[in-house]
Design a protein around this ligand. Structure first.
Ligand code: ATP
Length: 318
């Protein structure tokens, strides 16, 4: 990952990249399933690193290893210079996990009190409630809250210990647009306070809105890395739609086709540049019809970025 160091965004003139967590040649299999394959990662102090990937890419597995909650089959993990299992490391780390479950009957404030007590130098309770946006629901039992309110409480629990490093595993999953934007603002508050954040997400627009740097993970491997602008430039392509007598497999073989699928009686192709692909399609199939070229949206672009790598890896796993 030497390029990562060179490409790190400098957010202030005093900013120097200092590694706060890393993995080296991390491997994890669950039986036949390869969850992580030889993964090298570096997280730098003060950055928000987004780990972007589709379902099953390995994001949670990686976060769990960085938290010392799961052991790799091989390879190593180091957090704040030490083994993540160690107490002095855990005292400086906060986490919001997808399966974050807490007792339903305790009130919000009681949860924050309790979790704050596990840390040597927690934030004042009032500050945690404020940053997480849960002041107005602090007396409510957790079990009575909406999904979005629960997410905010789990976010408050993650940050109450005033950690240097935060792992936020899909913190906005299931939230509506307004709640998601609110959570983004709260995450930005943490970054403004100099925290380092590793955020996992399915959404390229979320990574784009928040991250200094994005790693795209797919099938347990990093398939792209860069600033949001670099990732978008790489991912934003064109979508070509057409009917054809060619088979899907033949269409996929055309140079420049990132991914292709059959949609009703047409093919839908993700490409970087449309013209060479269209030229080749017309050359190979004089019956080609219903041709449409459009700009790929963010979501299609993200799919193209990852589906491009669904080759041998998916065969291995299926
Ligand atoms: P999502 O976005 O859906 O949460 P993810 O990127 O976080 O996905 P992981 O949860 O890390 O992906 O899973 C990676 C792969 O490992 C998946 O194929 C998953 O089914 C598998 N996996 C994860 N945990 C286990 C487990 N405890 N036992 C068996 N397989 C597992």
């Amino acid at each position: 990952m030497s390029t990562a160091l060179a490409e790190m965004p400098r957010r202030t003139s005093a900013y120097r990249p200092v590694s706060v967590a890393r993995s080296r040649n991390l491997k994890k299999n669950y039986g036949e399933i390869v969850a992580l394959r030889d993964l090298n990662l570096e997280i730098y102090a003060g950055e928000l690193l987004a780990l972007l990937g589709p379902n099953g890419a390995g994001k949670t597995t990686l976060v769990r290893m960085l938290l010392g909650l799961a052991r790799p089959d091989s390879g190593s993990v180091s957090v704040l210079g030490s083994d993540p299992h160690l107490g002095h490391v855990q005292a400086r780390v906060g986490a919001m996990l997808q399966v974050g479950r807490v007792p339903e009957t305790l009130r919000v404030r009681e949860h924050i009190d309790l979790f704050s007590s596990y840390y040597p130098a927690p934030l004042p309770i009032a500050e945690t409630l404020k940053i997480a946006g849960i002041e107005d629901i602090k007396e409510r039992p957790y079990g009575e809250l909406s999904g979005g309110q629960k997410q905010r409480v789990l976010f408050g629990i993650a940050l109450c210990g005033n950690p240097d490093l935060l792992f936020l595993d899909e913190p906005t999953v299931g939230l509506d647009v307004e709640a998601r934007r609110l959570m983004w603002a709260q995450i930005r508050t943490l970054i403004g306070r100099g925290k380092t954040v590793l955020l996992t997400t399915h959404y390229l627009n979320e990574a784009d809105a928040l991250a200094d740097r994005i790693l795209v993970l797919d099938k347990g491997a990093i398939v792209a890395e860069g600033t949001p602008a670099e990732i978008k430039a790489r991912a934003m392509g064109k979508q070509v739609r057409c009917t054809s007598r060619l088979s899907l497999e033949e269409v996929r073989q055309i140079p420049g086709v990132l991914s292709a699928k059959a949609d009703r009686n047409a093919f839908e192709l993700q490409v970087n540049a449309a013209e060479p692909v269209v030229r080749e399609l017309l050359q190979r199939d004089s019956w080609l019809g219903d041709l449409e070229v459009t700009n790929a949206g963010l979501e299609e672009a993200f799919l193209a970025l990852t589906q491009n790598h669904h080759t041998d890896a998916s065969k291995e796993r299926n």
